[in-house]
Ligand binder design. Structure first.
Ligand SMILES: Nc1ncnc2c1ncn2[C@@H]1O[C@H](COP(=O)(O)OP(=O)(O)OP(=O)(O)O)[C@@H](O)[C@H]1O
Length: 254
């Protein structure tokens, strides 16, 4: 299914995520809400991208559509060469499990499973064998090599988020999507997690896309995309926190 829908014309090999004319309208009772308006973008493989914008600008909606957690009202989303807008619900569920990593503010680890079992769960659910070398590489990269036998309940918040990142990486996904992944962490622990996401793109050669409100968090990315009123209104390459603050200020209240 994955290979059948590959189209080298719409997704050249260096692009991990592509949105083409994506719009999203929520049917919220009497007054529909347009959360995304004709958004087109391409995210290169092995890059770290932050998505910023004022509250209500459509950041989470963009992430949900890009990650196949929600469907756009119009437009096309291509992930690693697969047009996910064309997948049926069940195919999309399988595709998400095998090809997309998620890191949320809540870690969503299962307390009755060890850290190792939590990390390998996406492989188990997909009926795939664990690549021991990649498992060891990932677990060591997230700094949990000595803690894999523990319950998540015996980990700190930062360690739990690092386990969630390892779980997101275990399938070598087309992209890892994070919605405020450091939102629940204190600033020192948050910085460690941001450094890990940076390391994930640079050294583990994975693609990371993160929604954040925090200019310091965004400064860890290669590129920041700015949304306002559901539209892509600009981007910053190699951002500094100050440059992000300045751009956000020009977008109004945030
Ligand atoms: N399920 C939904 N039903 C109706 N409207 C929604 C739904 N989800 C989001 N919206 C609306 O769509 C718009 C964009 O919301 P979204 O959550 O994507 O913005 P955001 O930039 O992530 O906001 P925040 O920074 O406050 O989390 C908002 O006007 C919001 O109220």
């Amino acid at each position: 299914m994955h290979t059948d829908t590959r189209d080298p014309v719409i997704a050249p090999p260096d692009i991990a995520v592509r949105l083409e004319g994506v719009s999203k309208v929520y049917d919220a009772g009497a007054a529909p809400v347009t959360a995304l308006r004709d958004v087109s973008l391409a995210i290169p493989k092995r890059s770290f991208t932050a998505v910023m914008g004022p509250s209500g600008s459509g950041k989470s909606t963009l992430l949900q559509c890009a990650a196949g957690l929600d469907r756009p009202s119009a437009g096309r989303v291509t992930l690693g060469g697969t047009d996910i807008s064309a997948l049926k619900a069940k195919q999309l569920t399988v595709f998400r499990r095998d090809h997309i990593g998620f890191v949320f503010q809540a870690y969503n680890l299962l307390p009755h499973l060890t850290v190792a079992r939590n990390i390998t769960l996406p492989l188990l659910l997909g009926g795939h064998a664990v690549d021991k070398a990649w498992f060891d590489h990932v677990v060591s990269a997230v700094g949990l090599a000595d803690l894999t036998g523990r319950s998540p309940l015996e980990l700190s918040g930062g360690q739990q988020q690092r386990a969630a990142i390892a779980r997101a990486l275990i399938t070598k996904p087309d992209a890892v999507f994070g919605d405020e992944p450091t939102g629940a962490l204190d600033s020192r622990t948050g910085r460690q997690v941001l450094e890990l996401l940076r390391h994930t793109a640079t050294h583990l050669r994975q693609t990371v896309v993160m929604v954040t409100h925090d200019p310091v968090a965004a400064s860890y990315a290669d590129r920041v995309l700015f949304l306002a009123d559901g539209q892509l209104v600009g981007s910053l390459e190699r951002p500094t926190a100050q440059a992000v603050v300045d751009r956000m200020s020009s977008l109004g209240e945030w």
